[in-house]
Design a protein around this ligand. Structure first.
Ligand SMILES: *[C@@H]1O[C@H](CO)[C@@H](O)[C@H](O)[C@H]1NC(C)=O
Ligand SMILES: *[C@@H]1O[C@H](CO)[C@@H](O)[C@H](O)[C@H]1NC(C)=O
Ligand SMILES: *[C@@H]1O[C@H](CO)[C@@H](O)[C@H](O)[C@H]1NC(C)=O
Ligand SMILES: *[C@@H]1O[C@H](CO)[C@@H](O)[C@H](O)[C@H]1NC(C)=O
Length: 358
């Protein structure tokens, strides 16, 4: 049994082998966990005031990104400011991103939620692969889409971005190279690069990292030799007795009716798990390096004061240049800001984008 227990533990011992999963279930038992729907948890919220439709658009590399477009039904087709919204790492647009997109559309924004490449309905093989540059590119591709589509009227000078969890880092990575993103907000941000290099809260040594890299390289050999794709990290498929609080927090969202969503072509067992041989691409991902160059475009970092991931937002905030704001949400943990509508500061997000996409 591995000692590490964070969301994306070191790959050592974390490879999903169906046999091991089975043994865990029988030897340790499954702790039933009731879904916690308090504080207005409403991941699958729909609004009567908002029209939504599925969309597809190309990246600069001719791959296709899937998304949803949201806008107010009675918008009178006036030019509205627009916001591109990215889902948590390992998730899909139906998890958290559609909720934020719907809530902001109610406030008069044209919004687009996207599936990151290799996830959900977006193109990319193998499924669940990691390639942070292409994840970032998907945000810029959504800006392209908004700027040329004919469904609503969007002003190219009034487009912003919002990234939840891992997408916070991917959006920052995109924004450094894409000044068409005029205002940047993140919620419960995860820096997947630092996580892959150092583990959660610096729990991984350099030797462990080297072991992780060696394991991914070994798996790469296995794959070119015709072996099956292996998966790593992500959310526990079965809640084991000694699951950590962080593991329980993710399980309670991703593996219960509260937030579970299985996109077409995937299975409940595979959701949230990146492929083992590509996960190490995050080791070369430094989203906060050069974050100050985003200035004078404004940045808003939102994190719960109870969130295990809060230090990622604090790090980004401290490195960013003005104008910047750190918004601390009292009583909120990391996953709370995915779907708990009474904790997510939609009003503040609305004000931020209204003021900065004016
Ligand atoms: C439900 O979630 C909220 C928000 O994270 C937390 O404050 C509360 O303690 C949880 N309740 C239970 C019974 O776990
Ligand atoms: C929906 O639109 C109606 C009419 O404009 C408005 O009164 C109501 O507050 C809106 N509801 C939401 C949730 O935005
Ligand atoms: C928008 O409409 C014009 C005219 O019908 C068409 O040529 C163009 O391809 C459309 N653009 C998109 C992105 O659909
Ligand atoms: C907005 O206006 C464009 C161009 O006039 C039109 O093609 C489109 O259908 C309108 N969209 C909505 C949502 O009314």
């Amino acid at each position: 049994m591995e000692a590490t227990s964070d969301w994306f533990p070191t790959l050592r011992g974390a490879i999903m082998k169906p046999m091991n999963q089975l043994i865990l279930v029988f030897s340790m038992g499954i702790t039933a966990m009731a879904q916690n729907m308090s504080y207005g948890a409403e991941n699958f919220y729909r609004s009567n005031n908002v029209t939504s439709q599925p969309i597809n658009f190309p990246t600069q590399y001719r791959t296709t990104v899937a998304g949803n477009l949201f806008y107010l039904k009675d918008q009178n087709n006036n030019t509205a400011p627009a916001v591109v919204i990215g889902h948590p790492m390992g998730a899909v647009k139906e998890q958290s991103a559609n909720l934020y997109a719907t809530k902001l559309a109610e406030q008069g924004f044209t919004t687009v939620s996207i599936d990151l490449p290799f996830w959900g309905a977006s193109m990319g093989e193998p499924r669940n692969a990691v390639l942070p540059d292409l994840y970032a590119e998907a945000f810029s591709a959504a800006v392209d889409y908004l700027g040329i589509q004919n469904i609503t009227s969007v002003d190219r000078e009034r487009i912003g971005g919002l990234g939840i969890c891992g997408s916070g880092g991917f959006l920052i990575s995109a924004a450094k190279l894409d000044p068409r993103l005029k205002a940047i907000a993140t919620a419960s941000m995860y820096d997947m690069g630092t996580l892959a290099r150092q583990g959660l809260q610096n729990s991984q040594s350099v030797d462990q990292l080297k072991e992780t890299i060696a394991e991914a390289a070994q798996q790469r050999w296995a794959e070119v030799d015709g072996g099956e794709t292996q998966y790593t990290g992500g959310t526990l498929n079965h809640l084991i007795v000694n699951a950590t609080p962080v593991e329980r927090e993710f399980y309670e969202y991703y593996r219960t009716k509260r937030g579970e969503f299985v996109p077409v072509g995937s299975t409940p067992e595979l959701t949230t798990h990146p492929t083992l041989s590509t996960y190490t691409k995050f080791v070369n991902f430094y989203p906060f390096s050069g974050i100050d160059t985003i200035s004078p475009r404004p940045m808003l970092f939102i994190a719960g004061d109870q969130a295990h991931s809060r230090y990622f937002s604090q790090d980004a905030y401290s490195r960013a240049a003005e104008p910047k704001e750190f918004l601390s949400v009292p009583g909120a943990g990391h996953v709370d800001l995915y779907d708990r509508t009474e904790l997510i500061p939609f009003q503040r997000l609305t004000e931020f984008f209204q003021a900065n996409l004016a």
